[in-house]
Design a protein around this ligand. Structure first.
Ligand code: F3S
Length: 280
């Protein structure tokens, strides 16, 4: 069985940056917490807790002098609340998420109706909506509310959404309303990974997508892959099942932007081991 690993598999720029920020803070010797899980990957969060970095899920749970904010961003209200405390707040929000926050805020101030492709309860959208409380969050053209044709409309996206969906809803808005501006805020890592996975899925007999089950960008990779081929989304190697690989000539492995290299390596080794066992 051939095993192909996607080139883009693993930490993206924003996650790498956040991981380095946390490590640098942890090395200073003071207790460090992240606000909420730093990224949506329980395996990595477990590794952080092994070096003493835990997460606080509310201001009351903060018991450290240093708090690192998550890649998905926090709300404006929480930012103000943390600033009032006697704390060092280190901002690890991905700069691409910051850009979405800023666009939503600026265009709202300019009187635009802001429409965001995203998941209402995702931390990134919760943070973005705190900058633009009147923004509409949509997941399909059906979710777009009836809007005043005289209004200016901005259409943006959560950074980790499906590019296909973004273009579909964008075209619908452009056809339906006269004053629409679209700014594609899906980040490069998400877009490249989706493109790579869609090409890979056409060539292989099975796709394995590794990443947290709550990770938006990982779930999008699963959706892209399963359009073409049988696909399993797993968190780690322990979720692999040997039967999946019966009669598989080539397996493709891809991983979300918050999946650490050690998880990818481990999955690859397990699959190689299934292969070796079959050859005996
Ligand atoms: Fe940032 Fe995109 Fe990664 S928004 S955290 S570079 S998936």
């Amino acid at each position: 069985m051939n095993i192909i690993v996607a080139k883009g598999a693993g930490f993206c720029f924003g996650v790498n940056r956040a991981a380095n920020i946390v490590m640098d803070e942890a090395k200073k010797g003071t207790k460090v917490q992240t606000y909420g899980p730093l990224i949506h990957n329980p395996e990595y969060i477990q590794r952080l807790s092994e070096i003493g970095v835990t997460s606080a899920n509310s201001p009351e749970e903060i018991e450290s002098k240093t708090i690192v904010t998550r890649t998905h961003g926090i709300t404006r209200e929480l930012e103000i609340e943390l600033a009032k405390k006697n704390l060092t707040v280190v901002d690890a929000t991905c700069p691409f998420v910051k850009k979405v926050q800023k666009l939503a805020e600026d265009y709202t101030k300019r009187g635009y109706e802001v429409i965001i492709l995203g998941e209402e309860n995702h931390p990134e959208i919760i943070s973005v909506k705190s900058y633009a409380p009147l923004a509409h969050v949509v997941n399909s053209t059906d979710d777009v509310p009836p809007l005043d044709k005289n209004n200016n409309i901005l259409f943006i996206s959560q950074t980790t959404q499906s590019t296909d969906k973004y273009h579909k809803i964008g075209s619908f808005l452009l056809k339906t309303y006269p004053n629409v501006e679209t700014i594609n805020t899906i980040c490069g890592a998400t877009e490249n990974n989706q493109n790579e996975v869609s090409e890979m899925a056409k060539e292989v007999d099975l796709m394995i997508i590794i990443g947290g089950k709550e990770s938006s960008n990982t779930s999008r990779l699963r959706e892209v892959a399963e359009k073409f081929v049988k696909t399993h989304h797993i968190l780690n190697a322990r979720e692999l099942q040997k039967e999946w690989f019966a009669n598989v000539g080539t397996v493709g492995i891809a991983a979300g932007a918050s999946t650490p290299d050690f998880s990818i390596e481990e999955v690859k080794k397990y699959i190689e081991k299934f292969n070796d066992d079959d050859d005996k």
